[in-house]
Write a protein that binds this ligand. Structure first.
Ligand SMILES: Cc1cc2nc3c(=O)[nH]c(=O)nc-3n(C[C@H](O)[C@H](O)[C@H](O)COP(=O)(O)OP(=O)(O)OC[C@H]3O[C@@H](n4cnc5c(N)ncnc54)[C@H](O)[C@@H]3O)c2cc1C
Ligand code: HEM
Length: 383
């Protein structure tokens, strides 16, 4: 298999844009109508997931130490879609037909055998990981909503009771599916450390026009059913570290960090923890009441709320916000930076990608080594 030739071949096809994914799925469903039901009814906006993942795979084909764990995770993830070994050749055939179609005269027997070999290898790693995972873990967990708390017009906190314990580490997320949006799986982070009754909380913010979050935030009530995939994610506490902890949360990015905070609170001797919680406006700080209670109870915890789009600071505007005790003004990353130094801390950052990017930039500029910063962004999983 010639990795340079594969990369060049993929780059040439990828240039053709959306037409590639459209061709691929049309080919797949015309040849195998029975596979159509496995995919969401409306596929626009996420049509290119599989092909985008392939681009990622091809770009990493020389770096197996990164690629193999990625493929293993992908293989395990596919269990919740009901994908089994016999499905792989169908996808492989349509993939090859698509690549051949868009390569035109550049397509050769050598390229064809490169792609066959690469797809075979990818499928093998994914399937082996799925099979191994099936020995110890269900393909999904059924859950029942036991409580919904609307915190703001666009934010709800949902409590879900899984039908069997969901084994996860605080900071992780699961893909969730609601019955009225079948096959539209979306990731949400568990907002608590595991409890004796196994219930899990999710903090969901409505993304305008999205298929799933409006249903969760506005259309869900106690008694409703959901399905959850296996927990994923590496935004987890470095238990071996003796350092103090900095948690930086933008909006519902608070969820996984609150779970980590709960985990820390169960330690005999917790480290010092600073939690920065940011939103555009004050009422976006939807969990502040609870965080303030925690800070009152834990002398090792400091909570710093921050708002970016409301005037603050000096003069007249600050008088208008005289109830804002303790709320800092400014972009979350700047607020964090001015309350430093943080170079002796482990940092955990979660929220919208722009906020996470700026915060990581500021922290590294201030001397926090990159390998002491763990992060998660909440935009669509970019695989
Ligand atoms: C690992 C992970 C964990 C997540 N955890 C949470 C969580 O705990 N709470 C939560 O509210 N959301 C979380 N999300 C985002 C969540 O998965 C959904 O994308 C979001 O709820 C919107 O779902 P949707 O189906 O309505 O719209 P989607 O179809 O997912 O998105 C519609 C459009 O909005 C963009 N978008 C999606 N989410 C955001 C966002 N947060 N900010 C700005 N643009 C966005 C997408 O890129 C897309 O263009 C997480 C995402 C990931 C990848
Ligand atoms: C090289 C092999 C494959 C790759 C790289 C791949 C990649 C992906 C990716 C990245 C996703 C999104 C996952 C998520 O949102 O969590 C996905 C979803 C999915 N894949 Fe695959 N996949 C492969 C093989 C297959 C096969 C063989 C099938 C069988 C039909 C399949 C069917 C699906 C389905 C049904 C979904 C969910 C629908 C969706 O969200 O679009 N995939 N795949």
């Amino acid at each position: 298999m010639d990795s340079q030739r594969l990369k060049a071949s993929f780059a040439q096809v990828a240039e053709k844009g959306d037409a590639v994914a459209l061709f691929f799925y049309s080919d797949l469903f015309v040849r195998n109508p029975h596979l159509r039901d496995m995919f969401p009814i409306g596929m626009s906006g996420q049509r290119d997931k599989l092909l985008r993942a392939l681009g990622h795979i091809v770009s990493q084909v020389d770096d197996l130490s990164n690629l193999v764990p990625f493929l293993q995770q992908l293989g395990r993830d596919h269990r919740r879609f009901g994908i089994v070994a016999e499905h792989y050749p169908h996808v492989g055939a349509s993939l090859l037909a698509t690549l051949r179609h868009f390569s035109g005269t550049a397509w050769t027997d050598d390229i064809e055998s490169d792609w066959n070999a690469a797809y075979g290898l990818v499928a093998k790693v994914m399937l082996e990981a799925a099979d191994e995972n099936a020995l110890s873990s269900p393909a999904w967990w059924n859950g029942q909503v036991v409580a919904v708390e609307r915190r703001r017009f666009d934010i709800s906190v949902l409590r879900i009771q899984p039908d069997r314990p969901l084994p996860y580490t605080p900071g992780q997320s699961v893909a969730l599916e609601v019955p009225s949006r079948l096959r539209h799986w979306r990731y949400y982070s568990m907002a608590n450390a595991p409890r004796p009754d196994h219930t899990v909380d999710f903090h969901v913010r409505l993304v305008d026009g999205g298929p799933v979050s409006p249903v969760l935030v506005r259309g869900t009530q106690a008694g409703d059913r959901v399905r959850m995939g296996a927990p994923i994610g590496t935004l987890t506490l470095d238990e071996s570290s003796p350092r103090d902890v900095l948690l930086v949360a933008g909006s519902t990015g608070l969820a996984p960090l609150k779970a980590i905070l709960e985990q820390i609170s169960r330690r005999a001797v917790p480290p010092r923890v600073h939690l920065f919680f940011g939103a555009r406006s004050r009422d976006g700080l939807y969990d502040l009441e609870d965080l303030a209670k925690l800070a009152d109870g834990f002398p090792w915890l400091t909570v710093v709320p921050a708002v970016s789009d409301e005037p603050g600071g000096h003069g007249f505007s600050s008088l208008l916000h005289s109830g804002d005790d303790g709320v800092e003004h400014g972009n979350l990353s700047d607020v964090v930076a001015r309350r430093g130094p943080w170079d002796g801390h482990d940092a955990y950052v979660c929220g919208p990608s722009v906020m996470v990017g700026h915060t990581v930039e500021q922290l590294t500029r201030l001397g926090v080594p990159r390998d002491r910063i763990r992060l998660e962004t909440f935009t669509d999983a970019q695989r």
